[in-house]
Design a protein around this ligand. Structure first.
Ligand code: MN
Ligand code: MN
Length: 461
């Protein structure tokens, strides 16, 4: 149990003084509010860019020339954003980048979602990202997202968050009739096509067919101007309807939906807001689509980073191809993403000398991947040496983390898509219990250490 003893020695709570403890609790207050306002990538972009604007960051679209010390934000398709603090050095000497993701596992509505069966109106869903399907049953659910009309009008939807809002749910089979279901493997007990959301039960008196569905469509039309065909051009996400909460008698933890990876998004946002006149340019990136492989034009497995760099270089008057390549290759990055904290109920999947523990500080994950590091960025030790020194010099409690035992499973992050350009990159984030569940748990001490780590890194030179 060497790992356990080491974790006790390395406990971030025990290493903080009174002032830091206060800062940690204050940070978590803001974080709770953020989690309750933000449950989708679009809501995250709104929150982050608004907060940045209030702190003096200007929209890059309104900037003609970028100068040292300038602070700007940019948006990509309302689903990705970035904060930028221009450094004294020329861009080709590289930037310090912290990249988190603001999408989380959830249930998306299908393009034709509404149907009626046995007197009930339902939504068909298609899950997004890696979920354990049974975890999404029998709890209050909210609907967030947008519907785009044919004329381009955008209808914002957020139902289930207000005290008096209605909520939705996916019903579970009663134990009395679940004999066959209970004998199935956990993975087969609830299928993707079983994740149907209950949305109504009262029929429309004058309807000829599907009267309950017709009633729901009438309500959607009257209240939101949404017709059945409009779901074809919509992005509607089913997420847990409950709020983020403090967990434990000691209130030392936060439990909430979507902390992978909004815990890193929030802490890197707070860090970026406090960067002033850095030597190297600081860039805080909030990406989409990580949970489904960083694909699409808002994921990092695209030319997005390159396009952002090209725009910055254009705005400092250095838009040649060589400088673009050089800027990318000489940059340093933290892939700000969560790791799995050791769960005492499931010790068998962790190798405790190399796993992360709750409250043991921000986690440096040298490599991810699975079964022989396959598909992983494996960070260079020269870079890791610099990060270790940076964290130690700034009293940042940190730990190493491997994602579970060799051969057990694995995962990936955006790190490899940044490494592609030649930049140095390592995964660095918060340890989470119950990752990808609808109620993930993190430690307030780790939130604080992540914030401090990102802030120090953004000012690295
Ligand atoms: Mn993640
Ligand atoms: Mn994830």
């Amino acid at each position: 149990m060497a790992g356990k003893k080491e974790a006790e020695r390395n406990n971030a709570w025990l290493k903080m003084d009174e002032k830091q403890l206060q800062e940690a609790y204050d940070l978590s207050e803001g974080y709770l509010q953020f989690l309750n306002k933000v449950k989708t990538e679009r809501e995250a972009v709104e929150f982050i860019t608004q907060t940045a604007a209030e702190s003096g960051f200007i929209n890059i679209d309104s900037v003609e020339k970028l100068r040292p010390g300038d602070k700007a934000f940019l948006k990509v398709k309302s689903k990705v954003c970035a904060l930028l603090v221009m450094g004294e050095d020329s861009l080709e000497r590289g930037m310090n980048i912290v990249a988190s993701h603001i999408d989380s596992p959830r249930l998306d509505l299908k393009p034709k979602p509404v149907y009626e069966a046995d007197g009930l109106a339902m939504f068909k869903t298609h899950y997004y990202g890696g979920i354990k399907k049974y975890q999404w049953l029998a709890m209050p659910l909210a609907l967030h997202g947008i519907v785009v009309k044919k004329d381009g009008q955008v209808i914002n939807v957020c139902i289930g968050e207000g005290q008096n809002d209605c909520v939705f749910t996916i019903t579970d089979l009663l134990p009395h009739l679940a004999k066959d279901q209970m004998e199935k493997k956990l993975a087969d007990a609830v299928k993707g096509e079983d994740l149907n959301v209950l949305i109504g039960s009262r029929p429309l008196r004058e309807a000829e067919s599907d009267p309950v569905k017709q009633h729901i469509m009438e309500i959607l039309h009257e209240k939101y101007n949404i017709k059945q065909d409009d779901f074809a051009s919509a992005e509607l996400e089913i997420v847990p309807a409950y709020s983020a909460r403090e967990v434990g008698f000691d209130r030392s933890m936060i439990g909430a939906y979507g902390q992978d990876d909004r815990v890193c998004a929030y802490t890197s946002l707070k860090a970026a807001l406090e960067v002033e006149k850095p030597k190297r340019t600081a860039l805080c990136l909030f990406a989409d689509k990580e949970e489904i492989g960083s694909c699409g034009n808002t994921g990092l497995h695209s030319l997005m980073i390159e396009n952002i760099m090209a725009e910055l270089l254009y705005k400092v008057g250095q838009s040649d191809y060589y400088t673009l390549r050089k800027t990318l290759a000489s940059s340093c990055a933290l892939s700000a993403d969560v790791n799995a904290a050791v769960d005492p109920t499931y010790p068998d999947v962790f190798e405790k000398m190399n796993c992360s523990f709750l409250s043991s500080g921000v986690v440096l994950t040298k490599y991810t991947g699975s079964r022989g590091k396959v598909d992983s960025n494996d960070a260079n030790p020269e870079f890791l040496g610099r990060i270790r020194k940076l964290f130690d010099d700034n009293q940042i409690v940190w730990q190493v983390g491997e994602l579970g035992k060799v051969d057990i499973g694995g995962g990936g992050t955006v790190a490899k898509y940044m490494a592609y350009y030649g930049m140095e990159v390592v995964d660095c984030g918060v340890a989470v219990l119950g990752m990808h569940s609808p109620f993930e748990v993190v430690s307030k001490a780790d939130i604080y250490m992540a914030y401090k780590g990102y802030k120090a890194f953004l000012q690295l030179f």
